[in-house]
Design a protein around this ligand. Structure first.
Ligand code: SAH
Length: 341
């Protein structure tokens, strides 16, 4: 079955013309698909015969709402969404002053193995298709009745480990005939796959690149992030600098504050030296607890001291507010919640 929702407008046009139909049908079909419909018979201005023809050769990927948990603290909603093959991912809807933000997953599971993250505990099951990432958004728009203005690719999965599908998703979600979400309103977070960051730089997309740094030295970073054994800190920072030179987009570094592991004052100094003079942003994330492992979040006091040390060196630092931690919807708490029928 052809995955019709993953087609770009141009691909769909070629497909429709190739089947002997007039070009304008492609536009009509594209508009319906990007309203988030799940069946061809909802395409009201398309002749029945074409609806039938499409349904015989194409499928519309769709995400079914299996569960929705609403945070008592801040109205954050965490969704468990099921795809056509029974695999599930989680996605999160958050209300910020700057607009509604959805955090989507890019893979079912993850193979990166970061010790502090729940998403990777059962390894990688499979990549998500561009259509499935869109389907996460459609499911949430339908359920909340709200508009979405920002997207963060920070759910389960490593976006750059599913490179082609993620790039295609970005172009689909940005299409003015579809959800029309500006690339400047999209953040992509990576654990630091340098070769893919280099490729991404060449695409020259005005998205925000977030890099999960979490430690300033190879010793401390390799202890919590296996990916560091492939691309060490020096290479990673070099790649980030080249990315900034090529795109002029400031990188945002994510740094999880783990008690005794990443939050010492000497690490704050090492981090300051590492990033000194590089126009970037540092986002400190107090560790969110997961049931596996015994890592603990840093105390409020050590976070403030760490922050002050970085600021003294002229770096721009914020401490991330953790939305939805009471429903395990905060960073690193999303799981595949694998349900197969
Ligand atoms: N694979 C991508 C996107 C995933 S998660 C990446 O690694 O960047 C988004 C952010 O949450 C990452 O910075 C990740 O390192 C961080 N994170 C993971 N587990 C966490 C936890 N338990 N507490 C706080 N942040 C966590």
């Amino acid at each position: 079955m052809t995955d019709i929702l993953s087609m770009t407008f141009d691909e769909l046009t070629k497909y429709v013309i190739g089947k002997g139909h007039p070009k304008f049908r492609a536009q009509q079909i594209f508009l319906w698909l990007h309203k988030g419909i799940s069946s061809f018979d909802e395409m009201k201005n398309i002749p029945k015969s074409l609806q039938t023809e499409l349904s015989e050769s194409c499928c519309i990927n769709f995400a079914e709402r299996v569960r929705c948990q609403i945070s008592k603290q801040d109205e954050t909603r965490k969704y468990l969404l099921k795809f056509l093959d029974g695999n599930c991912v989680e996605a999160v809807f958050m209300k910020y002053n700057h607009g509604n933000t959805v955090c989507i997953s890019t893979q079912v599971g993850c193979r990166m193995g970061c010790t502090f993250c729940a998403s990777t505990k059962n390894g990688l099951v499979r990549n998500l298709l561009p259509s499935e990432m869109l389907a996460e958004l459609f499911a949430i728009i339908k359920d909340t009745g709200e508009k979405i203005s920002n997207i963060v690719l920070m759910g389960s999965g490593e976006p750059l480990d599913n490179y082609d599908n993620v790039i295609k998703f970005l172009s689909l979600v940005n299409d003015e005939r579809g959800l029309n979400i500006g690339l400047r309103h999209i953040s992509l977070s990576t654990c630091g796959l340098c070769d893919k960051i280099e490729r991404l730089a060449k695409e020259n997309l005005p998205i925000t690149l977030s890099v999960s740094l979490h430690a300033p030295t190879d010793e401390a970073r390799s202890a919590i992030m296996p990916v560091n054994k492939a691309y060490g800190v020096k290479r990673l920072i070099g790649t980030c600098k080249a990315y900034f030179e090529q795109t002029s987009r400031r990188i945002s570094f994510e740094y999880t504050m783990i008690d005794g592991k990443t939050d010492t004052l000497s690490q704050a100094k090492e981090l300051s030296e590492l990033l000194s003079g590089f126009p970037c942003h540092i986002n400190l994330i107090p560790l969110n607890k997961i049931s596996e492992g015994d890592l603990m979040p840093s105390s409020h006091e050590s976070i403030q001291k760490f922050k002050a040390c970085l600021e003294k060196s002229g770096l721009t630092v914020t401490v991330r507010r953790s939305l939805g931690s009471d429903i395990d919807a905060a960073c690193g708490q999303l799981r595949q919640n694998y349900i197969k029928n």
